[in-house]
Ligand binder design. Structure first.
Ligand code: C2E
Ligand code: MG
Ligand code: MG
Length: 498
């Protein structure tokens, strides 16, 4: 009876109703008021009835347990079960080890599913489960901790040779899992957490271990202990990513500063670069180098670029009404250039403020991560046809693909500021900067040197016929009003002794 009842409860949701009615009957049966007289012993029928009711309740509890604590794909206990076991075992046990094994990155999983389908991913995870189960010692408990991860909980006394154990795990996982004769290789990252005997175990141990797996993946042995610094960094990144959308809606968190681009031949300034600034309500000033990179990992970058486009056009219009006519370059990410959204938004904002497309330049950074070069090139061509200028930013900092100079309809190329560091005769930077200026000029590109910090830089670049310079030697990025005053005041650097 208990067995069949158990099966029944697992299959039929309406069994809850049966259970409810049994409980109601049991309650009614025994709910008679306490009386001083001895009652007759429970009948066989009542006894059986109670026994069955207990079996139904137990089966129901099993079902609820499975539903909450077992991963359906692997049949392993899940993350909730892992966290519960860590907390339950806390008292009295010696030091324990928690190990998080991530056999793939999210990007790796995405590629696998796109190339070979979801079944392949499922087979891969089952394959990894078998490998782990075979290598782990008998007393270790294995869990599925997340879509892409397994967790292990085991004793962690001095007798455990953790490096050797992990070496065996990584060696076993280095062998491919086969799916329809296709070998699928893991890209393992492992995070380890020591859980002390007396200390109250921290909550959310999986997250703590997960905070180091990416760094571990790039390390020599592919594993690392949980590190509060890496975790703090990961938490800050997560917090920033979460706050970007609200920052875009807040009136006082984001602002643009503008840095002059100076024509080296006559020291005039007729264009500026818009640079985004963020005052986070809790974390304070955040530099774009930190949050733009994060935003580029999500759709947030598209919203940021829309915000910048709107606000730059509004600013050009405001300056114009004050008698100041400036061209503005703004930074876009290659992700912004994979479809027509940017061109639509630009067209709309230019029309709204009645601006000529020529007053806008889009700076985009050469990137090895360009998702689809042909799509980007197509969008750049459309923007060029619209009349917007294109600049290749930070040229010389990465792989400096010459194809960019040839195939992109760019008007300018901006030399990365790292090229100006230590610019002395006969250093490689000396020859590279001089060479790129000459090459770019021959390709009819306007050459802009970034990071001009010294008089020497300025003189050299001018003598090498670099068209424009941008850097602290001339001016730091300024608020719109400060920039207007700087220009009205005759550009403080212009009268400097040469
Ligand atoms: P970038 O586009 O190459 O901008 C130039 C960066 O160099 C700016 O840093 C600027 O403040 C800094 N800089 C200018 N002159 C000097 C100098 O003489 N010495 C030194 N050491 N630095 C100088 P910032 O504002 O921190 O921006 C960093 C990067 O963040 C930008 O590099 C750009 O790639 C990105 N960024 C900034 N604003 C935006 C934006 O609105 N959208 C996007 N997608 N990216 C942005
Ligand atoms: Mg730029
Ligand atoms: Mg740059």
């Amino acid at each position: 009876m208990p067995k069949s009842l158990s099966a029944l409860t697992k299959q039929a949701p309406e069994v809850d109703e049966v259970l409810d009615s049994i409980i109601a009957m049991v309650s009614a049966h025994f709910a008679a008021p306490i009386d001083p007289h001895k009652r007759a012993p429970m009948s066989e029928h009542d006894n059986l009835f109670l026994h069955n009711a207990a079996a139904v309740a137990a089966a129901r509890l099993d079902f609820i347990h499975d539903k909450h604590f077992v991963d359906t794909l692997t049949g392993l206990p899940n993350r909730d079960c892992f966290e519960r076991d860590v907390a339950n075992d806390a008292a009295g046990l010696p030091e324990r080890l928690a190990i998080l094994i991530e056999p793939l990155t999210a990007v790796g999983m995405d590629r696998l599913v796109k190339a070979l389908g979801l079944d392949c991913f499922v087979e891969f995870m089952l394959g990894v489960k078998h490998v782990l189960a075979a290598v782990l010692p008998g007393h270790a408990r294995l869990y599925r901790a997340g879509t892409l991860s397994f967790a292990v909980l085991m004793e962690g006394g001095p007798e455990v040779d953790l490096p050797a154990l992990i070496q065996r795990l990584t060696a076993a996982l280095a062998r491919p899992v086969h799916f329809q004769n296709v070998p699928v290789f893991a890209d393992v990252g492992i995070g380890v957490l020591r859980i002390g005997p007396s200390a109250a175990p921290p909550a959310d141990n999986v997250r703590l271990m997960a905070s180091v797996t990416d760094t571990a993946r790039r390390s020599e042995h592919r594993w690392l202990y949980y590190d509060a610094t890496i975790d703090a960094h990961a938490q800050r990144s997560a917090m920033l990513l979460h706050s970007i959308e609200s920052a875009l809606l807040a009136p006082d968190q984001l602002r643009l500063e503008y840095q002059p681009r100076i024509n080296l031949a006559d020291k005039r300034c007729d264009s500026v670069e818009a640079l985004l600034r963020w005052t986070h309500p809790v974390l304070g000033e955040i530099g774009p180098a930190e949050f733009i990179g994060l935003a580029e990992t999500t759709a947030a970058i598209r919203h940021i670029t829309s915000w910048v486009v709107r606000n730059v056009c509004k600013q050009i219009d405001a300056w114009r009404s004050q008698g100041l006519h400036l061209n503005v370059s703004l930074n876009v990410s290659s992700i912004d250039l994979t479809d027509g959204q940017l061109i639509d938004e630009l067209t709309h904002s230019l029309a709204q403020f009645n601006l000529a497309p020529q007053c806008i330049e889009l700076e985009f950074t050469e990137s090895v991560l360009i998702p689809d070069f042909d799509a980007v090139q197509h969008q750049l061509m459309r923007l060029h046809q619209l009349g917007v200028a294109i600049a290749i930013d930070d040229f010389g900092s990465g792989y400096s693909n010459w194809r960019y100079l040839r195939d992109i309809p760019a008007k300018s190329v901006k030399l990365d500021r790292s090229l100006l560091v230590d610019l002395r005769p006969d250093t490689s930077n000396w020859h590279i900067v001089k060479g790129i200026i000459s090459l770019a000029r021959n390709l009819n590109l306007t050459v802009v040197a970034e990071g001009v910090e010294t008089l020497l830089n300025y003189r050299l670049l001018r003598d090498w016929q670099c068209h424009q310079g941008q850097g602290y030697f001339f001016c730091k990025p300024l608020s719109p009003d400060a920039l207007r005053e700087w220009i009205a005041g005759g550009q403080a650097f212009a009268g400097r002794k040469e």
